[in-house]
Design a protein around this ligand. Structure first.
Ligand code: ZN
Length: 227
């Protein structure tokens, strides 16, 4: 049992004017993402975790605002929820993404050049007059956060093997929404709504509940490790 009150921010991808991917039978990704977010919120809440959603209804949000939401909430973990689509109708399976090393260094460089965003990194106030220190600190903070993100992604992938679902593994990409310096962040692709079978599954609450329980278990495992 965990005594500390952990905060998890769940980010249902897309919303409002942005439907996300559209399924073979017309399912909007944004609706699946929101449905899943609400299911995992109830599973995590029943495990003594504080859960906040970046959106609880059908609205549009900028990626940066989603990331900022998690940082403002002082989240211990940020999870962005998505469903995949491919022109290849046979493509299917579950994936977890975390930020890659390469993308991170590039982003760190960019961030260092942006004066306005460099005031607070990991709660420390950085002096603007020393760009080199500022740059190095950004790199250190982002590396630590990336390591934590990779850790949780690997736990999820290990646990998801318990489900009879095609597992595409832990992969890396430069998602804007994952570029927090302070909040470990992962992105989940629940499955492909461009695949007829998976589109049907992703509309099935029992199926989404199964996945949400596995991810919740992984989150608890991760918090127990860091405790
Ligand atoms: Zn998406």
């Amino acid at each position: 049992k965990i005594n500390k009150k952990y905060i998890v921010v769940i980010d249902p991808g897309h919303g409002g004017k942005d439907p996300g991917a559209i399924g073979v039978n017309g399912t909007f990704e944004k609706n699946i993402n929101l449905l899943f977010a609400k299911i995992i919120r109830s599973v995590l809440s029943s495990n003594n975790i504080i859960v906040k959603l970046t959106r609880t209804d059908d609205r549009y949000l900028y990626l940066k605002d989603r990331m900022n939401f998690a940082e403002k909430a002082k989240a211990d973990l940020f999870i962005s929820i998505h469903a995949d689509a491919s022109k290849n109708r046979k493509a299917r399976g579950f994936s977890i993404f975390s930020l890659s090393n390469k993308a991170s260094d590039k982003e760190a460089k960019k961030l260092a050049q942006r004066e306005n965003n460099s005031d607070y990194i990991g709660g420390l106030r950085i002096r603007h007059s020393d760009p080199l220190i500022k740059d190095n600190l950004i790199k250190i903070f982002q590396r630590q956060t990336m390591n934590e993100s990779a850790k949780i992604a690997n736990i999820v992938i290990k646990n998801i093997k318990k489900l009879s679902i095609k597992n595409r593994g832990h992969r890396n990409a430069g998602f804007v929404v994952l570029k927090s310096l302070t909040t470990p962040s992962i992105l989940v692709e629940l499955g492909f709504i461009s695949n007829k079978k998976e589109e049907k599954l992703l509309n099935n609450k029992a199926y989404l509940t199964k996945i949400s329980k596995i991810i919740s278990l992984s989150i608890l495992n991760y918090f127990n490790q860091t405790n």
